[in-house]
Design a protein around this ligand. Structure first.
Ligand SMILES: Cc1cc2nc3c(=O)[nH]c(=O)nc-3n(C[C@H](O)[C@H](O)[C@H](O)COP(=O)(O)OP(=O)(O)OC[C@H]3O[C@@H](n4cnc5c(N)ncnc54)[C@H](O)[C@@H]3O)c2cc1C
Length: 393
């Protein structure tokens, strides 16, 4: 009787965003010569997002960083807590640089195919392959990776799609230019709580690219968010009142809702359909930072693919994950009342310590000092709630 030969591997990556492109690139960098297809609904790649992070972990895209800031601040009316990250500056990597860099390598690889303008639907597994329905017909591969963020087949199995009632970081940012110097280009304003209260955790985030240009982002963390026009009006008010500006030009805008759900490490559901990126918990639940976590996750996943056992690895340490759950519990209980906690961190935690905490690299001493800086009663209650939920899960 003839023995069925195992199909030679083929890789289908759903989504050509941060995680999908990084994974294709990582497989090529590791010498994978089997067919790789990357499919996405988008028609083109614009400068559609601003990736920022502290430069704590190495990754292949460090050379694309366009700005590094040594200082950051957390502010409120009458309080400015300014810190310096000596070992790990705050960095900006523009999306268009990343897309251009990775796409050039994908296009040059004979085994890699990029399929755009194609919407992806359901995925089903049978006979050693995964079939994926798309607007251009069915595609199949021996291994499929869901890098569709919250729009793919694996997301609904772990969390609700972001919308009203789902805890999200929601923001609208404007890239502005002024005629006169208005910004300090050495210091990122991570959070300025000198904004109109709106029932959520509400702050302004300001990335100064030069004395005359900046990204000013109206940000809320909560269950609902505010309409875009209200956010524009708030940025207008902020630039007038806080920076004394009368006129400026808005060059472009970016906006999003990033889920803060503590999706966590993906459970291994299938050896052939593997989530990666947002779909696999790459967004840090308590902060929304995802770029570096995605790179760490992709690197480990690509290593596993090459070793013949593709599965998305756990990227957060247990104590980071627990602290994040506690943060989220306290935040959910009273989003608008959370600002003083960030102000305490801004005041008491040295720049490098906060950088390590935000990038999942905090030492036990960093964690101890972080806990020492926070008020005990709400966080102990949060810890009890987080622990109870963990036990019930
Ligand atoms: C404006 C903005 C700013 C951000 N800033 C930062 C930051 O400063 N630092 C940080 O660490 N993180 C930041 N993030 C969060 C995070 O890094 C990004 O969201 C990141 O792009 C997530 O990567 P991903 O690959 O999971 O999803 P994405 O990069 O969003 O990729 C998902 C892809 O799937 C495609 N897609 C979705 N559904 C379908 C479908 N049904 N069919 C076909 N294609 C589909 C989309 O077109 C997209 O290309 C930001 C996000 C946004 C939106």
């Amino acid at each position: 009787m003839p023995v069925a030969q195992p199909a030679s591997p083929s890789y289908l990556i759903l989504g050509a965003g941060l995680a999908g492109l990084s994974l294709a690139d990582a497989l090529l960098r590791r010498g994978v010569r089997d067919p790789i297809a990357v499919v996405d609904a988008r028609e083109r790649f614009d400068n559609d997002r601003t990736w920022c992070f502290w430069d704590v972990h190495p990754h292949p895209y460090r050379g694309l960083i366009s700005h590094r800031w040594p200082h950051w601040s957390i502010e409120a009316r009458g309080a400015v807590h300014r810190q310096t990250a000596t070992g790990a500056p705050y960095c900006h990597l523009p999306a268009d640089r990343f897309y251009a860099d990775v796409l050039a390598r994908l296009e040059a690889a004979p085994n890699c195919q990029l399929v755009l303008g194609t919407t992806i639907g359901a995925a089903t597994e049978s006979d050693g392959a995964v079939m994926v329905a798309t607007s251009a017909g069915e595609r199949s591969a021996t291994h499929v990776f869901d890098a569709l963020a919250t729009g793919g087949p694996t997301w609904p199995t772990v969390a609700p799609v972001p919308g009203p009632g789902v805890l999200c970081q929601r923001f609208l940012g404007q890239f502005v230019e002024t005629d006169e110097p208005a910004f300090d280009p050495t210091c990122v304003r991570l959070m300025d709580f000198d904004v109109t209260p709106n029932g959520e955790l509400h702050f302004m985030y300001l990335l100064p690219f030069s004395p005359t240009s900046a990204l000013v982002e109206d940000t809320t963390i909560g269950l609902v968010g505010t309409p875009d026009d209200e956010r524009r009006a708030e940025i207008d008010r902020y630039l007038r009142k806080r920076h004394g500006l009368a006129t400026w030009r808005v060059v472009r805008e970016e906006a999003s809702a990033i889920p803060m759900l503590g999706v966590g490490a993906p459970r291994r559901r299938s050896s052939r359909l593997t989530p990666v990126g947002t779909a696999a918990g790459a967004v840090r639940p308590s902060s929304g930072y995802a770029f570096v976590r995605t790179q760490r996750q992709v690197a480990a996943l690509a290593d596993r693919v090459v070793a013949g056992r593709p599965s998305a690895p756990r990227i957060d340490r247990r104590r980071d994950a627990f602290l994040d759950r506690v943060f989220l519990e306290v935040l959910k209980a009273d989003p608008a009342g959370f600002a003083p906690n960030f102000l305490r961190l801004g005041r008491h935690l040295a720049g490098d310590r906060l950088a390590r905490f935000m990038m999942d690299a905090a030492s036990p001493v960093d964690h101890f000092l972080l806990i020492a800086a926070l008020p005990k009663p709400p966080f102990l209650l949060g810890a009890a709630r987080a622990g109870r939920k963990r036990l019930a899960a």
